[in-house]
Design a protein around this ligand. Structure first.
Ligand code: GAL
Length: 964
């Protein structure tokens, strides 16, 4: 007989799964300080801690819930697809860290003991439990509850609870999600009073008919419990009887209307919140209350930089508030059922939820899928157990609209079993499973990381049949009729993702595309400190864990401490539920909500002249019904002297449970008058040689290299061509999609400059250079044409690619220069306040901005290109004097105290050491971001192909005192 942690039983001695609920029966939260001892193996751990006596030696204190590896016992381990142990199912290595946990608790006086149940919300990965020395049972399935009868073992007064937890078990083969392996009792343990005549389980069915406005209500329960909904006049509805309510307000994620209800027997009263809603798939579309949804979603793992998957209620709420404030309306609980309190919050605040089962067998890909538990009947009980525990626990949440059978487990007959059971148990929710491309067990046609063009083809219903349905016309016909979801897209690793706007345009253009879930919500980084106390976030390998998936777990829209990344800011803009277009003096408002009108928003406008507000006011906000558009007249705008931009904002008119009044939901910017064309002044001086220098107006150049050395009082190291950027994670890409590898192979990180000619003349200075990498003939020929115009120095750059560049895009194209270290501030007129790249620029509005150099940097967990400010009209770099740069046309800039090579070499931000100057890049263009760290690279229009290019910049050194 294999030990329980290696057998194929999901557990022993457990009670049947049931709904999570709160009642007036006693509940003793056993969270707190427990005793803990770690043994290196399961076999070698003594069973000496079960009784009332002193536990054996070696016990220390540990908070519960927690993961012991985050409290100094062993280390966290991160792998993506690989199992951290040999593929040898259902066996695990002898080295199987085993944590013994022990708590002495006191039963409160008056506790109704006999029916008591001990409930574990989540234990990773397998455990056995004893109460007062009596074995209650075992369980696997880390992110699912397990309950045991405790009554017979319970005593008045002191009770000894002993729990032995194994890091690895047969269950681990089903838990190969791309995340940290974090053992422990990481969710609450409670003792529940189960009074005789109380309520064991119930299933509320609260439907809504949009055509009549009627609600239907039925509760199925194992007790003779009666349902009361005071607000609806429902009193004592018996189990199994359906009541039709003439008028209810429906629950939706946009309007999460809930009714408080009581389900009661004489022995127990449960408080619940009803949300009336009906989920259906009709006409090939996922609908709630008859209306098709567009899911603006994110994939959410549970992660906290200090506590792993042991999340506090405050952290769960923070996640939801952040999501709501960033216009996210849907969550896929990748890749396991979340803490039940998270779903309560989704019900309360409004969120569409795809609840995903704790099943992923991804690592079998490395064994050619041989032995995949998803396809092995011997594993059926374990898989089905997980599905049942999820569905039973979460079935009463209105926010849960789809059940997902699991993630990336290839295909197999067991998914058929799960689907069949779930359909019978809960016909009210459709099923999702992506990885079996026949979709025979899924009610969605779902993909991950499909490029925009493919998504558009699907939208037009022009996609090719997957090989899995070939030869089975009925199956293919079924697939074609399914609604489409991208269960993962836009890999938010490091700087990115790009193309969010392009995906959204596709979703909005084709009804079949019902949106998707960005991968992913949060960077799974752990807070650590350097020896000298500086904080950073650790990723795979930083704990000496091996094998490991490196920083592939750092792919979220928020940093590990939940600071929104630029990617989330972009997502908020792209997801905004209100579209605005200006045509003449009319503003067209399109309400992209599915259920809410616009009456919760107030509108205002501002006119800016060269970034300075000159006029503004409120606008009437018509109550545009969901999905419809209306026009409002705009006031007559005063003329602007310079570039005029109109910004319209929509903000919450009143406090909402998820954000205060004034929170900005949507905005749009409209150019109303172009920048006046500046007449090019004729050159005011010629260039002449003086010793080793060339003088031109107030500028001094190196006569040999042609580089600018001084402009008036300002010493600098002149602008010269720069094409390199520290590769982003998306540049580094995955597998064959690594543009960074191509760049390095081509030597773009080590371009050399050869000055061919330095030609002073009456019109100015011309410098000819050839920029190329060692070992290659391909080059960029660069002509710098400098001219003086009063106090301004003009640089016109001409770049001509030479030789075979083939398909190789450039990282960036522009010039780099170095300023003295005292330069620490930048003021600019262009996109901001945040960074922007060609395919991630919607969130940055055009305005006048100011920042310290430090404030320009985005502290990605792994340093990489960041902080680029785009579509800049002018920028002033400020120190003892000001260097003002104006573009003829827009330019972009970065300014940092380290080089691209420094950024590239750093593993953590704490590796970056400030140098003694400021490195400024003035870019004509940058390559897009894309999301090739897992998925497609930038769209063709955002690739920076080498081509003949001209751009010009005007430089002025101005005194500091005239700053303003
Ligand atoms: C998906 C997978 C996720 C994650 C992602 C890449 O294939 O479902 O769990 O690994 O790729 O970050």
């Amino acid at each position: 007989m294999p030990p329980y942690y290696e057998d194929l039983s999901p557990g022993t001695g457990r009670r049947p799964p049931r709904a999570a609920f709160a009642s007036d029966a006693g509940r003793l939260d056993l969270s707190g300080t427990w005793l803990f001892r770690l043994s290196p193996t399961a076999e070698g751990a003594p069973l000496d801690f079960l009784g009332p006596g002193d536990p054996g030696p070696g016990f220390t204190e540990l908070p519960v819930p927690s993961h012991w590896v985050l409290h100094g016992h062993g280390t966290p381990r991160y792998t993506n697809t690989a199992y951290p142990f040999p593929i040898d199912p259902p066996h695990v290595p002898d080295e199987n860290p085993t944590g013994d946990h022990r708590l002495v608790f006191h039963l409160p006086a008056g506790w109704r003991g006999p029916g008591s149940v001990l409930r574990f919300e989540g234990v990773d990965s397998c455990f056995r439990v004893w109460l007062n020395g009596r074995s209650l049972g075992t369980s696997k399935g880390s992110r699912l509850p397990a309950e045991f009868d405790a009554g017979a073992a319970l005593r008045p007064g002191a009770n000894v609870l002993a729990v032995r937890v194994h890091r690895w078990s047969s269950g681990s083969y089903l838990e190969d999600q791309d995340m940290w392996w974090l053992p422990g009792i990481f969710r609450e343990v409670t003792l529940l009073e189960r009074p005789e005549g109380g309520i064991g389980d119930f299933f509320v069915h609260a439907g809504f008919d949009p055509t009549t406005g009627r609600g239907t209500l039925r509760v199925d329960t194992d007790a003779p419990a009666l349902l009361t909904v005071p607000e609806l006049g429902v009193a004592d509805l018996p189990p199994g009887r359906e009541l039709v309510l003439p008028a209810v307000e429906p629950w939706t994620a946009e309007t999460p209307r809930r009714y408080e209800a009581r389900l009661a027997t004489p022995a127990e009263c449960v408080t619940l919140h009803l949300g009336f809603r009906t989920v259906s798939i009709e006409g090939g579309l996922l609908r709630v209350n008859g209306t098709p949804l567009l899911l603006r979603g994110v994939n959410r793992h549970e992660h906290d930089p200090d506590h792993g998957r042991a999340l506090s209620p405050a952290t769960m709420r923070e996640d939801l508030l952040l999501m709501k404030r960033h216009n996210v309306n849907a969550v896929r609980t990748s890749h396991y059922p979340p803490h039940p309190a998270f779903l309560d919050l989704c019900d309360e605040l409004g969120m569409w939820v795809v609840d995903e089962c704790d099943i992923e067998t991804h690592g079998f890909i490395h064994a050619g899928w041989r032995g995949n538990p998803a396809d092995d009947p011997a594993w059926e009980p374990m898989l089905l157990d997980r599905m049942r525990r999820m569905v039973e626990r979460d079935k009463n949440h209105p926010s849960v609209i789809v059940w997902s059978l699991g993630n990336e487990s290839h295909h197999g007959r067991n998914f058929g079993v799960l689907a069949e059971w779930t359909r019978a148990r809960d016909p009210g929710r459709p099923l999702h499973y992506e990885r079996d491309r026949s979709y025979r067990h899924s009610d969605f046609y779902s993909l991950m990381y499909a490029p925009v063009a493919e998504v558009e083809r699907i939208g037009r219903r022009e996609e090719e049949a997957p090989p899995e349905t070939a030869g089975d016309p009925a199956l293919e016909e079924r697939r074609r009729a399914l609604p489409f979801l991208l269960c993962e897209y836009a890999h938010a690793m490091g700087n990115g993702p790009g193309s969010l706007a392009a995906y959204q345009r596709a979703f909005e253009a084709h009804p079949r595309l019902q949106g998707g879930f960005v991968w992913e919500w949060i960077d799974h980084g752990f807070r650590r400190r350097t020896a000298d106390g500086r904080e950073y976030f650790a990723y795979g390998g930083d704990f000496g864990d091996h094998p490991h998936g490196g920083n592939f777990c750092i792919d979220g829209l928020v940093f590990p401490d939940r600071t929104p990344s630029p990617g989330l800011t972009e997502l908020k803009k792209v997801f905004q539920p209100l579209a605005m277009e200006l045509s003449g003096d009319r503003l067209r408002l399109t309400n992209r909500h599915a259920f809410a009108d616009l009456s919760h928003l107030r509108l205002s406008w501002t006119l800016e002249d060269e970034g300075v507000p000159v006029a503004g006011g409120g606008l009437p906000a018509p109550a545009v019904p969901p999905g419809q558009a209306a026009e409002v007249p705009m006031p007559r705008l005063p003329a602007t002297a310079g570039e005029g931009l109109l910004t319209v904002r929509a903000e919450l008119a009143a406090d909402q449970p998820w954000a205060p009044a004034g929170h900005e939901v949507a905005w749009e910017q409209f150019p109303v008058s172009p920048a006046p064309a500046a007449a090019p002044a004729p050159p005011s001086a010629g260039a002449r040689r003086r010793g080793g220098e060339v003088l031109l107006g107030g500028a001094v150049f190196d006569a040999r290299t042609g580089l600018l050395r001084a402009l008036g009082p300002l010493r600098l190291r002149g602008p010269r061509l720069d094409v390199w950027r520290a590769p982003t994670d998306n540049d580094r890409g995955m597998g064959p999609h690594s543009v960074a590898r191509d760049w390095r192979r081509a030597g773009l990180d080590r371009m050399e400059h050869r000055t061919e000619a330095v030609e002073p003349g009456p019109g100015g200075l011309r410098v000819h250079t050839r920029v190329a990498a060692a070992g290659f003939e391909r080059a960029l020929r660069v002509r710098y044409s400098w001219s003086a115009h009063g106090d301004a120095l003009r640089l016109a750059v001409h770049v001509l690619p030479e030789g075979p560049w083939e398909e190789l895009p450039l990282p960036r194209l522009g010039v780099g220069l170095e300023l003295p270290a005292e330069f620490g501030h930048v003021r600019w007129f262009g996109r901001g306040p945040g960074e922007a790249y060609p395919d991630s620029s919607k969130a940055a509005r055009v305005g006048l901005f100011d920042s310290s150099v430090a404030g320009l940097q985005t502290p990605y967990v792994v340093p990489q290109e960041n902080g680029h400010r785009a579509e800049v009209r002018w920028a002033e770099f400020r120190g003892p004097c000001r260097l003002r740069v104006e573009g003829e046309g827009h330019f972009g800039f970065t300014a940092r105290r380290w080089t691209a090579a420094d950024l590239d070499a750093a593993a953590h931000p704490t590796d970056l050491v400030e140098r003694d100057r400021l490195f400024v890049n003035l870019d004509h263009a940058q390559h897009g971001l894309g999301s090739a760290s897992c998925g497609p690279g930038p769209l063709p229009e955002h690739r920076l192909e080498p081509a003949e290019t001209r751009f010009a910049l005007l430089f002025r050194a101005l005194p500091a005192e005239s700053a303003g």
